[in-house]
Design a protein around this ligand. Sequence first.
Ligand SMILES: *Cc1c(COP(=O)(O)O)cnc(C)c1O
Length: 349
Amino acid sequence: MNQNEFDIKKLVRSNIVKLKPYTSARDEFKDFERKMVFLDANENPYNNGLNRYPDPQQIKLKTKICEIQNVAIDNILLGNGSDEVLDLIIRAFCEPKMDNIISMPPTYGMYKVLSDINNIKNKEVVLTNDFQINTVNVLSTIDKNTKLIFICSPNNPTGNVFDSSTIKQLLENFKGLVVLDEAYIDFAEAKSWLDDIKNYPNLIVMQTLSKAFGLAGIRLGICYANAEIIQVLNKVKPPYNVNQLTQEKALEILNNLDLIKSQVREIKKNKIKLTEALKNIDFIEKIYPSEANFILVKVDDADKRYQQLIKKEIVVRNRGNQILCKNTLRFTIGTNEENKRLIKELKSI
Ligand SMILES: *Cc1c(COP(=O)(O)O)cnc(C)c1O
């Protein structure tokens, strides 16, 4: 879809178009860096570093992200993890019991859960046997109430990146929004679609600090899209959805990117080592190539091997009940020691 065809009002739920968002005390007087007497938000006045509400627009943190990613501040929305942002997107654009989304299993389970919570039909278009998008089926599944297509690339749990030509085809032919979840993009050789938000007004790119950046505990998801989409999501988000500690910790880590880059390099190296070692385990029948920080393998009996690993005090993810993933286990790349331990226990069982 090009800029001329894009009409945000046709996509947003009508109650959200009409919505007058809550304005917090910190929205009305934004200049809270200034030395003022703040008697506007019913906070406890005694300073402990956290007695004030956080910046609802997270300007300092967004400014840092803009600098790193080379995007404008009005192209960013931050959430309490990607999961919150995915929920916001569904709530802003999908009318319960009427609209639908498309997701492509085997993939991240939250798209289905969030559509179920919001009473939105989730139309599933299974990936091809080599885990690529079945474009013909996706295009024929789209109807007039299809608002969102969720694409996870690199895909969880399969680990592969989707062909850029198929993603392009969907962006160009679908009149709704394409949500591209790039939770694992920092581990991939393929490049992010972030720069393409300029070219496709219907593209939303989701990233997170939970994987490569080592901050799953602080809950920070980043959503990039054109300013009109971001404005809509801003209306719907809770005013203080990203807490003060999260904003501070995220800034600290983003100011020390060299450490993250070296950890990502290390994880990628360890992934290659682990892949090599897994080839020597006789009950592992297939190792799927991965552009993420995990490896999906096919085993003889996933339930049995999962339980055996639990007895050895190693927890992996059993993906055997997902479509196309019969008898598969997913191993996160751990530290060198953890990976060695995994191999040792796999050999012993
Ligand atoms: C882990 C993961 C996320 C991260 O969600 P957060 O809420 O940001 O922790 C998002 N999408 C996929 C596909 C994931 O695997």
